[in-house]
Design a protein around this ligand. Structure first.
Ligand code: CND
Ligand code: ZN
Length: 364
């Protein structure tokens, strides 16, 4: 099957034929339908985050089940599924307390299957699977828990977005931060994930929703996804502007959705006393944000991380499907460009330039 393989950091993905082994017990072989172009993959391409190389990236995907391994009971061939990049093991401490997004067994095996081996090879060479998804390929083998069924009349490109950006962004607003109705929200970084934080804040009936970005096009987009104010951080001091908009108080909830120490500090500085700062972006490895320790105490700020929107995919994916169907969230409007797998390097150049809301690779 054809896949986009990352052999070396800072080199283009290589589109080539590789081998996919049969699913083992508890695993599912799928045909990928659509894959979202998310910055998390780009962090690996740039070496800002590390993964076992070579690897097949892609963690935001939808697929159709082709066949199932021994013991799989929750899906069957022909079923449409949304892939989860943290398929909880169901047995570790975090899965047992209902926080499967923090699954220990998944973290321990990383980009390999739960038995620690891979199903992807180029000749003798082992290739790893990002998030046990690896959807920048025509096909994949994924754990059963990584397949969340979705009805076959549901659009597969939208389904892919539910696999990461929608769940991560809307979850950060609704589940991690639990934005209160009427409150003021500021979102730093309005790409595919940040636009979903904005629409999550709108769903929560936030009062003022302030979009902060360095790209004017993204800010225009943000106004369609719930923002009431737009702040261009490349031509004004974003913290000062948020202070001005909030009458000197700062925002009740702030979100960092780019992925850098600097923007974490910006989101922290914009929060009011007692406000909640939620960090969604994945900063380059080793970067440390500096937070004035006493300001945390005296100002009672709350600093939180949000991984996969604090979601339990089998619970939240179907909820997002229903919210999309009833018109409460807009996912079609996020998809600004569609690409074929062969164009994936171009898709990431577009992401880097900030040209897209969300790009999607389609396979059918
Ligand atoms: P994308 O590149 O689409 O958006 C990032 C946005 O940040 C762009 O609109 C940029 O213009 C903007 N930006 C850049 N610099 C600044 C700045 N200094 N101030 C304000 N805005 C700025 O990326 P994405 O939306 O796909 O991903 C965003 C981050 O979220 C990224 O770090 C990704 O790895 C992370 C993420 C986290 C999770 C999770 O579970 N927590 C899941 N998926 C992605
Ligand atoms: Zn993602």
């Amino acid at each position: 099957m054809k896949a986009a393989v990352l052999y070396e950091y800072n080199q283009p993905l290589v589109i080539e034929e590789i081998e996919l082994e049969d699913p083992k017990a508890g695993e599912v072989h799928v045909n990928i339908a659509a894959a979202g172009v998310c910055r998390s993959d780009y962090h690996f391409m740039k070496g800002e985050a590390r993964i076992a190389l070579p690897t097949v990236l892609g963690h935001e995907g939808s697929a159709i089940v082709k066949r199932v391994g021994e013991g799989v009971t929750s899906v069957k061939p022909g079923d449409h599924v949304i892939l989860s990049f943290v398929p909880g093991c169901g047995r570790c401490h975090f899965c047992l307390i209902g926080r499967s997004n923090l699954c220990d067994a998944h973290a321990a095996t990383g980009p390999y299957m739960y038995d620690g081996t891979t199903r992807l090879y180029k000749g003798e060479q082992r290739i790893s699977h990002m998030g046990k998804v690896a959807c920048f390929a025509e096909e994949a083998v994924v754990p059963e828990a990584g397949c969340v069924p979705v009805s076959s009349d549901f659009p597969m490109d939208v389904a892919a977005l539910i696999g990461c950006s929608a769940t991560t962004g809307i979850g950060a607003a609704i589940l991690t931060a639990a934005v209160e109705a009427g409150s003021t929200v500021a979102v730093v970084g309005c790409g595919g994930v940040g636009l979903n934080v904005l629409q999550g804040a709108r769903l929560a009936n936030a009062g003022r929703i302030i979009a902060v970005d360095i790209n004017e096009g993204k800010l225009e987009f943000a106004m369609k996804f719930g923002a009431t104010h737009a702040v261009n951080a490349s031509d004004e001091d974003a913290v000062a502007r948020v202070m001005e908009i909030t009458g000197g108080l700062g925002a009740d909830y702030t979100f960092e959705v780019f992925g850098s120490a600097r923007t974490v500090e910006t989101a922290y500085a914009m929060a009011r006393k007692g406000g909640t700062v939620t960090v969604v972006g994945i900063a380059p490895m080793g970067e440390e944000a500096s937070i004035n320790a006493v300001s945390l105490t005296r100002n009672e700020k709350v600093l939180k991380g949000s991984y996969y929107g604090s979601a339990r995919p089998p619970v939240e994916f179907p909820r997002l499907v229903e919210m999309y169907r009833s018109g409460k969230i807009d996912l079609d409007g996020l998809i600004t460009r569609r690409y074929r797998l062969e164009q994936i390097n171009e898709a990431y150049d577009d992401l880097d330039r900030g040209d897209v809301g969300r790009g999607v690779i389609t396979f059918q």
